[in-house]
Design a protein around this ligand. Sequence first.
Ligand code: GLU
Length: 518
Amino acid sequence: MKEKQVIVRFAPSPTGYLHVGGARTAVFNWLFAQKMNGKFILRIEDTDVERSTDASIQGILEGLTWLGITWDEGPYYQSHFIEEHKRAAQKLLESGHAYKCFCTREELERKREEAMGRRTSVLYDGTCRRLSPEEIARKEAQGLPYTIRLKVPRGEGAVRFEDLVYGSIEKKYRDIEDFVIVRSNGQPLYVLGNAVDDIRDGITHVIRGQDHLANTPKQILIYRALGAPIPRFAHMSLTLDSKKAKISKRRHGERVSVNFYKEHGFLPWAFVNFLALLGWSTPDSKQIFTREELIEAFSFEGVSKSNSVFDLRQDDPKFFTDPKAVSINAHYLRTMPVEEIEPYVRRELERAGLWDPAYEGPRREWFLRTVELIRARYHFTTDFATLGRAYFSDDYPLDPKPLKKNLLKHEGLKTWMPELAAELEALEVFDEQSLETTIRSRAQVLGIKAGVLINAMRTVLTGQAAGPGIFDILLTLGRQRVVERLRKVPTLFEHPEEAANDQQAPVERTKPKAHTSH
Ligand code: GLU
């Protein structure tokens, strides 16, 4: 028999931006669809009109597009199917799987309080389930409002299903009340609409957040009552911060939004790779995956039931997010073919007003070589325009600490640097060998270590204490810029406070501390 095609969906509610938890659910759906040669549908659950916004829908579409999570169908909008949800409820009434409930809110509230007082079940007692057709007709004729409730089977049985992550789940019928599927104002409830949409779309695997696990038994009852095949379910554990608090906009602000990572120098695939590792792993704990490898390796067996930790580093001024995300991003940034990160570097330089069209023309070779050289220490694409500014502009700030330590502390450098500049200017050839000879013999003449000259030069030329080897720096910047910058050194001694320009000098980040697993 031919296997049924796998069909999955990502069904975000557009009530905020695409947050990392939602994006992770999208990634798992997408990976599974790719792996199974299946179909991935995007379905926007926008029936909560009070909270849904167009801006949020845009944000979700943009976030997914940035991540490279492509969908085969959609976006569909749940709000377009409300009539269909109502028809499903009607069908359930007609087939005897649902009934009209005329109990008023006050009555229900009173019964609930009484039950609480008696310490008995507070679930709906089924009063209207027992109404005769005549009583129903009479109440309807009076124009009494009613909700529609699903008739949950009575007796000893239970709803049972095998969740692909949580395993066997069982919920006894007696613990499920006849729940409302349509409100008294005629609005279908989410639990119904969501199931009806999944049936229509032929969803074979419902992959979603663990917060929906509690809805599942009810939804299975709806599937059964509608005579529809029941999909497989896979619930994903929650993502918490390092203090075990739920990740939320209120607590963590922008950092929970995928867009934040786009704006803060993440490469999309690096972020997908990181998201996939939130609650999923391979037996060998592999960390870096190409797209093909990730699709190949993904399985629900590797998905953890325990909550995953996204360490947002709220209190860490240097690293604004999970160190693991940072190190994965740095890995890609430093090892991807340089042509592949070129568009991202370009975007950052453009944003900082540092892009020169010659970088895609006559200076392209220089540009790519420079990117290759400086990226070795970078973590974020934004670093090219901040830490790397001195390579793309003559207007760059100097980090005050190394400025003091490597330059201003040595009074002699005030004259030695311009002298060196003159020497470099006069060199017949400006290559590594002649540069090395010049610097070393100058140090010898001055009776100082070559390192004193080298550290001062690196600081003056790049604004940073650390970076590529000095000869690489000199050759990359080129003779003219080197000479000009070294000539300006006396001014730095006279006005050190101005050296940092108006901009704050970016501080090179040290390697983040490893993430301790929980
Ligand atoms: N709209 C729901 C949410 O954003 C998803 C429900 C589902 O996937 O079934 O949490």
